[in-house]
Design a binder for this molecule. Structure first.
Ligand code: M1P
Length: 257
């Protein structure tokens, strides 16, 4: 039975969304149309986001008119659910550095920095490694790249497979670390303990007894950062190509939204 918190929703379902490419364009803000659609949907079902980015970035993208994104969703999961909120209240969290340990982390980060320094790409910016609570994020061009620079890097990487080659080297070199290397966005890849992919967030919703859990994401192919949750037996997965495709599928599935 669904928990009393969600008993007033006509459908005892939870609908989870990836952020970049699903609710918004990559690293951009949510549109008023999508915001309205989500508000209407929330009257029928429970909703949540589960993004790979940290909460600051996701909040920038999903917060509208001074509202905090955390309050507009029943569940807010950043860093795959390592940072988690239910009904605007924080849930317990774990940390990447505690899992890996300082010494092993130092070896990993030093190797990555050397590899990045030797990588010849058309332009480099800044913030090549971002240290987060539940993961590190590694970007050959650097996280300070502008939207145009991101698009250029993404196209260049599609041609040259730089990130794919890099993660293959890391997988082999650090095979005993128990880490997953996931290419989720345009300019970077995430590194986190195996199992701390987007399925991690499901532990936070299990107690609510939803009849169905749906997930919408754009990187649902093998190797994409939505793949594990999309294929999880506890979840009904929906693959989308863009935010407008998400809206179309939502309207089809939850008629009258
Ligand atoms: O949400 C997908 C990814 O978004 C960003 O990737 P990029 O900057 O490469 O487009 C990152 O925040 C990454 O961690 C995240 O998985």
């Amino acid at each position: 039975m669904v928990s009393s918190t969600f008993a007033d929703r006509p459908l005892k379902k939870l609908v989870l969304f990836d952020v970049d490419g699903t609710l918004t364009l990559a690293r951009q803000g949510v549109t008023p149309d999508m915001t309205q659609l989500l508000r209407d949907l929330r009257k029928k079902v429970a909703i949540g986001f589960v993004g790979g980015s940290d909460l600051v970035k996701i909040s920038e993208q999903l917060s509208v008119a001074g509202n905090n994104a955390i309050d507009d969703f029943d569940f807010a999961f950043a860093e795959n659910g390592l940072t988690a909120y239910r009904m605007s209240k924080p849930l317990p969290s774990q940390s990447f550095i505690k899992y890996v340990g300082e010494e092993r982390y130092k070896k990993l980060v030093n190797f990555i920095l050397h590899y990045l320094a030797d990588m010849d790409i058309p332009i480099k910016r800044g913030t090549f490694i971002e240290f987060r609570n539940g993961m590190i994020n590694v970007s050959p061009i650097g996280r300070n790249a502008t939207i145009e620079e991101r698009l250029a890097f993404e196209a260049y990487d599609k041609q040259h497979g730089l990130r794919a080659a890099f993660v293959n080297v890391l997988r082999e070199k650090f095979a005993d670390y128990g880490l997953t290397f996931a290419i989720g966005g345009q300019i970077s890849f995430d590194v986190f303990p195996t199992g701390w992919d987007k399925t991690y967030c499901l532990r936070h919703v299990e107690g609510d007894g939803f009849e169905e859990i749906h997930f919408f994401g754009d990187k649902t192919y093998k190797g994409g950062n939505d793949y594990e949750i999309f294929t999880d037996p506890r979840v009904i997965g929906h693959s989308v190509t863009s935010p407008s495709d998400t809206a179309r599928q939502l309207r089809e599935l939850f008629v009258d939204v």
